[in-house]
Design a protein around this ligand. Structure first.
Ligand code: FE2
Ligand code: FE2
Length: 280
């Protein structure tokens, strides 16, 4: 089906939530060359739970390194405007959800697991910046979040079948809805005018073909997120599904089934540490 036809169907079927106002405002400021750091800080500081969340992510291993970031202005200077955009999106996602039940909790754990896995791979392989990989992991399943919220009754059937038959979400979504969380996520990313690196990861983290030849870093981000997603399913952090290590395409990141063992142990450890500090 052509892209436009598919998007039309999606738009007719689901309500597109709006990006939380705080994130909208911050992204506007970050995109405006004349905005000052002070203005940005004041805007973020107005929303306490948002700024607390932002600082928590900023202090996760790949932002914090060995220092502790205790103020927004330090975070901003150390992280830089560009990465800040992605971070703001990740930190605001919690505000998009209207309810937070068992599935929402699991999805959040899954996103965290993919984020930890992707950033560990990035740090080991130097294929991309670990902090960018971290944010890609946090936002990659945005489409699932919106589907679960907007089509809750139908999506409950998707979830049920995923669990009872051990199938990938993508296949069950295509089967029951006629489109999937990547289609929906990509559409929303464009509506929200998210940074391009996040948009491509949200839309292309389950594919083998990448239509963007203009910037090879996009493909790396998508591949890394995809591999991290499969590894986290294999480990069973967050969502769990039977995925054989031999089917993950580990050679893309320079590993094989044996050499990945140490990294997997590290990922499990960091995931457990982060789970405590990033929740809430
Ligand atoms: Fe996904
Ligand atoms: Fe995923």
């Amino acid at each position: 089906m052509r892209q436009e036809a598919l998007e039309k169907i999606i738009l007719e079927t689901i309500d597109i939530p709006s990006l939380p106002p705080i994130a909208m405002k911050v992204l506007q400021l970050v995109n405006n060359d004349n905005a000052s750091l002070k203005e940005l800080e004041d805007t973020i500081a107005k929303d306490q739970s948002f700024s607390a969340r932002l600082l928590r992510i900023a202090n996760s291993p790949y932002y914090g390194k060995n220092r502790s970031i205790d103020s927004l202005s330090t975070a901003m200077i150390l992280i830089g405007f560009n990465t800040m955009k992605s971070l703001v999106v990740a930190a605001s996602l919690r505000d998009v959800q209207r309810k937070f039940g068992i599935f929402e909790q699991k999805l959040w754990e899954h996103s965290l697991a993919v984020s930890v896995t992707a950033s560990q791979i990035a740090a080991q392989t130097k294929m991309m910046k670990p902090e960018e990989a971290l944010v890609c992991g946090l936002v990659h399943d945005l489409g699932k979040m919106v589907l679960n919220m907007s089509l809750s009754e139908q999506y409950a059937l998707v979830i049920e079948r995923v669990y009872s038959e051990g199938l990938p979400f993508l296949d069950v979504e295509n089967d029951l809805l006629g489109f999937n969380h990547c289609n929906v996520g990509g559409l929303i990313a464009r509506k929200w005018k998210l940074p391009k690196n996040l948009e491509v990861v949200i839309e292309y983290h389950h594919t083998d073909k990448f239509p963007f030849l203009d910037d090879p870093s996009y493909e790396v981000a998508c591949q890394l997120t995809k591999i991290a997603d499969s590894i986290s399913l294999h480990i069973g952090t967050g969502f769990q599904r039977e995925v054989a290590l031999s089917d993950i395409g580990l050679e893309y990141i320079g590993y094989n089934e044996e050499t990945i063992t140490d990294l997997i142990e590290k990922i499990k450890k960091v995931y457990e540490e982060q789970k405590g500090s990033l929740m809430g």
